[in-house]
Design a protein around this ligand. Sequence first.
Ligand SMILES: Nc1nc(=O)c2c([nH]1)NC[C@@H]1CN(c3ccc(C(=O)N[C@@H](CCC(=O)O)C(=O)O)cc3)CN21
Ligand SMILES: CC(C)C(=O)C(=O)O
Ligand SMILES: [Mg+2]
Length: 263
Amino acid sequence: MKWTAAKIKALKGEQRIAMLTAYDALTASLVEDAGIPAILVGDSLGMTVLGYETTLPVGMDEMLHHTAAVSRGVKNALIIADMPFMSYQPSIAMALENAGRFIKEAHADAVKVEGGALRGELIESLVKNGVPVLGHIGLTPQSIKEMGGYKVQGKTSEQARQLMDDAMAVEQAGAFAIVLECVPAELGAMISGALSIPTIGIGAGVGCDGQVLVFTDLLGISGKPAPRFVKRFATLHPLISEALASYKSEVEDGSFPSEEHTY
Ligand SMILES: Nc1nc(=O)c2c([nH]1)NC[C@@H]1CN(c3ccc(C(=O)N[C@@H](CCC(=O)O)C(=O)O)cc3)CN21
Ligand SMILES: CC(C)C(=O)C(=O)O
Ligand SMILES: [Mg+2]
């Protein structure tokens, strides 16, 4: 069955939703083969595989290239393209044009935009024009310079109230689901209870309707420290390092290739 935004939305109250990022056909097919119904082509691409310090330098061309690769690796999972910094903020017209490129050129099924009430009009325009939208509030990494770091959001009661209002505005505007990033579990659960669309948490507690993680974080591929919300379901980094070191020494000492790898 091909997953649609509407089918993901309908899972609320029925089944918790597992979402994971993927960045190419290889990683996307691994995610789909695990039965995970929704893949986010995150702009975390920039930090995890392209070597940027933040997500800010990631552009449309890079996101289209990687989203198209994900599409080639997937049959049934919902593919959500993360709209990169300044591809939707300048105007609704620009956002519609860029969202259209994700769907027409890269075969995405939906897009994600960061921001709450201030994106209400934009989300409504996208949805009315046929583009399903995943919202994203709380820690919004495209605002790192304004927020002053990757910090837990919504810790004061005033900020928590603002985030609740933002979540309701995103739902009102027609989003099929909303990412809650780095908020206290209590607030994650309160927002999840107040909304009729699913909340997808990342560092937002078990009270959310689903969870999302970054592919390379879940597998422990990078050797770098990860945020507290990351659970390493495997620790591949040392395994990869050992395999690469073995290859090097076997090439250098002539034990690879042996008879069995030779014609
Ligand atoms: N590999 C990767 N994983 C991610 O989850 C991720 C990215 N990259 N890049 C884009 C954003 C940036 N993200 C981040 C990055 C760091 C923290 C972090 O260090 N948080 C602190 C919280 C400090 C506080 O208490 O306020 C932590 O210690 O977890 C959180 C989210 C989430 N996203
Ligand atoms: C962590 C998720 C929500 C994201 O925006 C990304 O991977 O870019
Ligand atoms: Mg992102």
